[in-house]
Design a protein around this ligand. Sequence first.
Ligand code: SF4
Length: 155
Amino acid sequence: MDNFKNEIFENLIGEVSKCCLGEDQCGSCEKDKCLIGYCNKCLVTALKQQDWFISGGMDKLPSYDTRFYDDEVVVDAIGYLLNQCRNCSLYHDEECIINIIRSALEIILLGEVQEYRGSVLVYLNDIKKVNEKMANRILEAFYRRKSEWMPELKR
Ligand code: SF4
């Protein structure tokens, strides 16, 4: 097992779990029918398989999930997640776990999956054209979360 990889997956599970509404609100966890439950399931699979890619992971996203999540928490999670993207550019792969989780969070924040062209900066620019207000919140969360391990970036 790769400790570095495990730490990344475990931290991602922790961030995504913060978005969970809990069984108080949902009754019982609907797992695959819930965007957050689905993300956690994909992350656990990725962790077990020690693989960044989930075959068919985008096809099964429960985009019909209409729960009211706390968008502050979700924006914070996407800010964290964008810092985990390796900016693969032309080698971007839709089945990458980072892409799958980001797509689920986009459904919550923007109503649908957005195009991702393998670069955080390109993405931040692209979503400005879709929803400038939300794009600014995501940008702020991206830099705020980055500054947690790069304090010199604190504004
Ligand atoms: S660029 Fe795409 S494939 Fe690379 S880490 Fe980011 S989301 Fe994953």
